[in-house]
Ligand binder design. Structure first.
Ligand code: GLY
Length: 251
């Protein structure tokens, strides 16, 4: 799970995660990431983390080495340094170019033509779930803005007794609806993974019809290994790997 997330964090061509992720309105990259284990409900996260990679590994250390669940900003950076992570440059020539272009056009913070994705990975092995996610958040966001990804129950949730879920898309909408917690609770009540994901997306649209304009997707694995995915729009991709076989779940 960790290596899957790291591979995307290190890919400078992905403009919504890790190195190469688009910066906030001040031109700084601020990362959000989290990690959760379904056996004991242990979890760790970092928010508005500048200059350190992999953010998912710092999040995992928060769970393993502290009594806390979430560290933010300078506190998260100090913790990362103390744990032996080296500070590094997350901006790339391309992300600086895109930021300058945005500044020239004076678009409001959050405006982006480049889509907005979080990487999320759920691992299920011998009855145990681990889920992790990482993002550089909404492009051109206000400094200090935190999305759903490091928030347990919004961006991700895992409970071996029910299943696990991870979300991607516009964090404000995912936070407002505690999306992954709802999906896992639906599976606990007996819904299939697919029905749980679809049910929550439908509820969001019913309760707040403007949600159809926001990109939101959620994917889930139920405790029996069954998978599901649903979104407010097309454009997200989800894959399942079982043993050596990889299949696309939906896009
Ligand atoms: N889903 C990631 C974010 O909005 O920050």
């Amino acid at each position: 799970v960790e290596q899957g997330v790291i591979a995307v964090e290190m890919n400078r061509r992905v403009h919504s995660v890790g190195r190469g992720g688009l910066p906030n309105s001040s031109g700084q990259v601020e990362l959000d990431a989290a990690w959760m284990e379904g056996s004991q409900l242990r979890a760790g996260g970092v928010a508005a983390l500048r200059d350190f990679l992999p953010a998912v590994s710092v999040a995992r250390k928060v769970m393993e080495k502290t009594p806390h669940v979430l560290l933010v900003g300078e506190g998260a950076e100090g913790f990362a340094r103390q744990q032996g992570f080296r500070s590094q440059r997350l901006l790339t020539k391309e992300s600086i170019r895109l930021w300058r272009e945005w500044k020239r056009n004076q678009a409001p913070p959050g405006a982006s033509g480049s889509g907005h994705d979080t990487v999320g990975v759920i691992g299920w092995h011998k009855g145990h779930a681990i889920v992790a996610c990482s993002t550089s958040g909404l492009p051109w966001k206000l400094p200090g803005r935190v999305g759903d990804s490091p928030i347990i129950g919004a961006g991700l949730y895992a409970d071996d007794q029910a299943g696990a879920a991870v979300a991607t898309g516009i964090g404000e909408e995912i936070l407002r609806f505690s999306v992954t917690s709802r999906v896992v609770e639906a599976m606990r009540r007996g819904a299939s993974a697919q029905n749980a994901c679809e049910g929550v997306i439908r509820f969001m649209i019913r309760r707040k019809p403007e949600t159809t304009k926001a990109m939101v997707a959620v994917l889930a694995v139920r405790k029996d290994g069954q998978c599901g995915v649903a979104a407010t729009c097309r454009g997200f991709s989800a894959y399942v790997r079982k043993d050596k076989h990889i299949t696309e779940l939906g896009s």
